[in-house]
Ligand binder design. Structure first.
Ligand code: FAD
Length: 568
């Protein structure tokens, strides 16, 4: 029926993972179509707020109460404000049902959330790949570090990562160019950790900002990070990795890339006779017209929950419960990162020290629990993100008085504040799931997604451990007034707000317990691949996007070889 394919490959979504798939196929000479539901965002030209100063915004770069009320989910997100709101999904675009509270953060435009992300990038190690087997949760990963190592290198060399080479077993070194520096208090805390502990250390956060300009990034027309810390508005210097500044323009130059925007994929089209997927059906967001694009291979990179949604909605005679869902596990084992725990403290004794400029990263303390030794109270692990600052630039100006007193108060540096935050592994659980509503549809007529995702006792035990360990570390370093904050209890912080949602279409060796093989290829429909966070079996404790990129490049390489051999 669908004989003449429009393209060799269709990639759904142009964000961090999809742009990597597109780049790899275009580099290998394949005609590649990227289908994107959002509008076009061209590098530099479409960053309207990138050079604006705070006083140029009508509300001094704060989201208004009306905006927050109109958009309660993203209104709670730390990066949502007057300068960035245009890169977040607009209200009413895609309603969903929170069976349990879940803050689903979306960025619908060319580039997806790669424009908004905080750029923290750490490799996984075999501790993470072995963890489900070692601690008996999820299923065993079908790959190990050796399978992905060269793909991390491949991605890092292209996107540009800053950081130091630290020789840590469970956070293998990245290919780095240049590094940002710790300030005086961070250096002091790092030294105290070195003196007092043998199982942990503090390192400057590895991130996809160009502390130095590498040759590859210069070739891409990008330049050094100016440490403006205005990244989420889009960077006119290309100082950080986004699809828009890096992978997509590179792919475009090959002449093999086509991007269609304003096109929501609602389904993968499955041909019963040929027993293969033949394309995707899309709805134009402007005029609601529908059409089908066809290709030999389809990659889903719509970000975790939308890739789940598309597959659940791709029902056919062979797959009445969603494409590839032969075991009923599609949409199950949704997981995320536990950001509940935060410690705040003051550090006396450094009043004669200051720092200049801004910095696009923090200090990281790689995981040390359930790594070399095992902890009885919880499974999985967590890392910590540390930062210290003087509070002069973040004062609440409402309470600073008037006139000369106001100016004096503004120019006073203030004491050193220290913040320590956890990023913990949330274990995959069968009951943490998404499914489709039978009764409610979104504005395009696509079934609404129901999210049923929550914390459990393991997350609370992990947070308690973080409070204990973090308090010990800060106390030993000389901090005072240490306060523990459960951000879920204190501010109603819900799962999803960390924007590290993963799972639902997990990889694995056994088709009875997983949906994708070791190369992200569907067990039950061989020409469909899923390489965004939906493929993840477990979350590790690291920020996830570097791993999504490495898995995407690896799977594209594998699929390209099969295509060339005529096997797809
Ligand atoms: C403020 C912020 C800070 C973050 N910080 C970090 C960090 O420091 N480190 C880290 O690793 N991660 C971070 N993340 C998470 C990171 O952004 C995501 O992990 C990453 O973008 C996921 O890549 P993706 O390709 O799966 O999705 P996205 O980048 O979101 O791209 C998905 C694309 O698919 C499109 N799409 C969706 N549905 C459809 C459809 N039905 N049809 C067609 N197109 C569709 C979307 O419009 C979008 O363009 C952060 C996120 C945010 C918002």
């Amino acid at each position: 029926m669908y004989r003449n394919e429009d393209f060799d490959v269709i990639v759904v979504g142009s964000g961090i993972s999809g742009s990597w798939v597109a780049k790899e196929f275009c580099d290998r000479g394949f005609k590649t179509l990227v289908v994107e539901r959002g509008r076009m965002v061209k590098h530099i030209k479409d960053y309207p707020t990138a050079n604006m100063d705070t006083w140029e915004f009508e509300h001094r770069n704060r989201a208004t109460r009306a905006e927050i009320a109109a958009n309660p989910v993203v209104g709670a997100h730390y990066a949502f404000n007057e300068s960035t709101s245009h890169f977040y999904m607009q209200p009413g675009e895609q309603n969903y049902i929170q069976e349990k509270p879940f803050q689903w953060i979306r960025g619908y435009q060319v580039g997806g959330k790669s424009l908004l992300w905080a750029r923290q990038t750490q490799r996984w190690s075999d501790y993470e790949f072995n963890s489900p087997k070692r601690f008996d949760y999820g299923v065993d990963w079908p790959i190990r570090y050796k399978d992905i190592e060269r793909w991390y290198t491949h991605v890092e060399k292209f996107i540009g990562i800053s950081g130091t080479r630290d020789g840590i077993d469970n956070m293998p070194d990245s290919e780095v160019v240049g590094a940002f520096e710790m300030n005086a208090v961070e250096k002091h805390i790092a030294a105290s950790i070195r003196e007092n502990y043998t199982d942990r250390q503090a390192i400057i956060g590895r991130c996809a900002n160009l502390a130095e300009l590498g040759e590859e990034q210069s070739r891409q027309g990008r330049t050094k990070c100016m440490a403006r810390s205005m990244c989420e508005r889009g960077c006119p210097f290309g100082g950080y990795f986004s699809s828009n500044a890096s992978t997509l323009p590179h792919a475009e130059k090959t002449g093999n890339l086509t991007i269609v925007t304003d096109s929501v994929v609602d389904k993968v089209v499955y041909d019963e006779k040929a027993q293969r997927a033949v394309g995707v059906s899309v709805i134009n967001t402007k005029d609601r017209s529908k059409r089908i694009y066809t290709a030999k291979v389809i990659f889903l990179n719509a970000a975790t929950l939308n890739s789940n949604l598309i597959l659940l909605n791709s029902r056919s005679e062979s797959f009445p419960h969603g494409l590839g869902n032969t075991n009923g596990l599609l949409g199950k084992y949704i997981t995320f990162h536990n950001y509940r725990g935060r410690l705040q403290a003051m550090m006396p004794g450094f009043e004669d020290k200051y720092y200049y400029g801004r910095r696009p990263t923090q200090v990281f303390i790689p995981a040390f629990k359930n790594i070399h030794t095992e902890t009885a109270s919880f499974r999985g692990s967590y890392l910590m993100a540390l930062s210290a600052r003087r509070d002069s630039w973040n004062k609440n100006v409402d309470n600073l008085g008037l006139g000369a007193a106001f100016k004096d108060a503004l120019s006073e540096a203030g004491g050193w504040q220290v913040s320590l935050m956890m990023q913990g592994e949330v274990l995959p659980r069968l009951d943490n799931h998404v499914r489709l509503s039978d009764t409610k549809v979104d504005k395009y007529g696509i079934p609404q997604l129901i999210t049923s995702v929550d914390y459990d006792q393991n997350d609370i035990a992990m947070m308690e451990d973080f409070f204990k360990e973090g308090t010990d570390m800060l106390t030993k370093a000389g901090c005072r007034d240490i306060v523990s904050l459960d951000q879920h209890e204190a501010f109603g912080r819900q799962p999803g707000l960390e924007v590290h949602d993963m799972g639902g279409v997990r990889m694995g060796n056994d088709p009875n317990t997983s949906l994708l093989n070791a190369y992200n290829q569907m067990h039950a429909c061989k020409n469909v691949f899923v390489t965004d966070g939906a493929c993840m079996i477990s979350t590790g404790n690291q920020n996830p996007s570097l791993t999504f990129m490495a898995l995407s490049a690896r799977a594209a390489d594998y699929a390209a070889a099969l295509l060339k051999a005529g096997e797809l």
